[in-house]
Design a protein around this ligand. Structure first.
Ligand code: UDP
Length: 254
């Protein structure tokens, strides 16, 4: 393969220079980490599944008018994306108490929240991504008040759309994390959805059994991690091994 310039290597993805200015290639690794990267593993096939799942979700979101960095999938592990200036926030949207929220506020996992809650974490490894408020974000100029309005509006739309998409295939969207970037077009800037949306960044529970179909299987040593991700892809109708060899789209659960 032709060598290309590595732009950034993260825990689960690598960014390479893209074929045209303003583009990047996002490569999905099989590496997985949890608890501030103190727990690590290589899960064969995970990157391929996340590439496909994230492609599918970004495409569906683009169709409802949510701007994203996604251009097209290139191959099993790579997608072409627009180069954006990442806003240093992890934006978490929650519908059901789990993970750090359940722990912090002493809520039982599975408690249905009275309404969706948005949280912001400052992306900074040495500080371990602390929870911050809009006051911190705008005071330190990590994002402007106008950008925060866009981020919140987009996060709510993503949550509403994905909650419905997943419920249709028998999955509860418990919570998820998204990142946003600034996309410059001439002198105009807009905030777009970036990074990925996959079972690495969402909590997904089977609506009937409550079985976890996400990265908590790795965090909690439940086993069957890639199998669970494959199940999400299968229900979305995007696995190549669908009957008839075609991808049929979401398999609705009644
Ligand atoms: N999350 C993520 N990356 C992070 C932290 C959290 O994708 O660095 C996702 C996580 O998978 C979950 C949601 O954000 O879907 C909320 O995570 P939480 O704050 O409960 O933290 P955790 O329990 O993962 O430490």
């Amino acid at each position: 393969m032709k060598s290309r310039r590595l732009v950034y290597e993260g825990k689960a993805k690598i960014l390479y220079e893209g074929p045209e200015p303003g583009t990047l290639v996002q490569y999905f690794k099989d590496d997985t980490t949890a608890f501030d990267a103190t727990k690590k593993a290589v899960l064969e096939g995970k990157g391929v599944l996340n590439n496909r799942i994230s492609e599918y979700i970004m495409q569906r979101l683009a169709e409802i008018g949510v701007p994203t960095h996604f251009i097209r999938r290139l191959n099993m592990r790579e997608q072409l994306i627009r180069e954006v200036e990442i806003i240093p926030l992890e934006v978490v949207v929650r519908n059901i108490a789990a993970g750090s929220l359940a722990k912090r506020l002493g809520l039982e996992e599975g408690f249905q929240l009275p309404r969706s809650i948005i949280e912001f974490y400052y992306k900074n490894d040495s500080l371990h991504d602390p929870l911050v408020t809009e006051e911190h974000i705008t005071a330190f100029n990590w994002a402007t008040p106008q950008e925060m309005d866009d981020i919140i509006a987009l996060a709510v739309r993503v949550n509403d759309f994905l909650s419905g998409l997943f419920l249709g295939i028998g999955i509860k969207l418990v919570d998820f994390k998204v990142e946003f970037g600034r996309l410059w077009e001439n002198d105009m800037m807009r905030v777009v959805l970036a990074d990925e949306i996959s079972p690495d960044s969402c909590r997904l529970w089977d609506a009937k059994t409550g079985e976890k179909l996400d990265k908590d299987r790795f965090r909690r040593d439940l086993g069957g991690v890639t199998e669970a991700y494959a199940e999400v892809a299968r229900r979305l109708g995007i696995l190549n091994d669908q009957p008839g060899g075609e991808r049929k789209g979401p398999v609705l659960v009644k």
